[in-house]
Design a protein around this ligand. Sequence first.
Ligand code: AQP
Length: 337
Amino acid sequence: MSNTAKRPVIFSGIQPSGDLTLGHIAGALRNWVALQHDYDCYFCVVDLHAITVRQQPAKLRRWTLDCAAMYLAAGIEPTSATIFVQSHVPAHAELAWVLSTFTGFGEASRMTQFKEKSEQHAQNVNVGLFAYPILMAADILLYQTDLVPVGEDQKQHLELTRDLAQRFNNAYSPTFTVPEPYIPRYGARLMSLQDPRKKMSKSDPNHNATIFLVDDNDAIRRKIQRAVTDSGTTIEYDPERRPGISNLVEMYHLATDEPIEAIVERFRDASYAAFKAAVADALVAYIEPVRTRFLEIRADEGHLASLLVAGAERAARVAERTLRKVYRKVGFWSPKD
Ligand code: AQP
């Protein structure tokens, strides 16, 4: 583990609000793994974010450990990255409060994820859900992050983070690094298998819509076979006009690394059934080793726990440094100053 100031910093996180999906590999984990040796990485299990939607406590506890185990199963090495749980580092909530006083109400109201989630959870449109992007800004800014690998849906939140960093820096003096998004060319928005106009989501009530990383091989094959496509007959990559089949092409690319153009060329005249069978085979080969590693890691809870405790200690040291600086600049008195 090297914490030298010179390496640029990455921060990213996933909510432990369900079993992780192929979408998380595509939009997040795969890129984290690719970047982990060139950056000082902080990969967080963002449980504070998860409670913006009502969670069952026992499930939240289980999913928190599952989520961390999946980071490791996907290939994150705890010797090169800091893996930790958000609620173990109080500075996240503390900085979020300060940043909330720099965020306009109108500005926060424009966040599309808030609008979507308030429709999905109309019975519980809480202030935390509204403030979610401010907490996300705190997560990122605490670590002086240079790069944030995220899926397409988080682009707007990252813009807000950048605005808040610049606003605070201008109001006082340079305090925060202004982060850049890292959005992959393909897989930045893997779509639902049942409605290819909607994002694949871990909390979709229709389980056939989502490939979970803990799905067994039969479930993966069944879900791909039942995936909604369209009335075309050729295999093409055109997410606007042919979202269903294009989504399957992206999944094949994700699992095999074969370039999109080559996949389309090779399968252009294949039947939908034949292409779906090829996608299912590729996904089974890709996901099975991840699932096996996940189950091994999950079987040793003591080891996982000690890793998360050490990760939180490391993260807290860095986060505290930024928070102290912020507190001093806004004028909070401290006997240590
Ligand atoms: N379908 C997806 N395609 C590409 N990237 C995705 N991500 C999530 N789904 C996809 C990326 O994963 C990171 C964190 O996800 P999250 O679980 O914290 O939040 P989310 O985006 O709200 O994911 P879900 O599955 O839709 O969660 P629920 O159902 O709990 O709301 C982000 O980088 C995201 O882009």
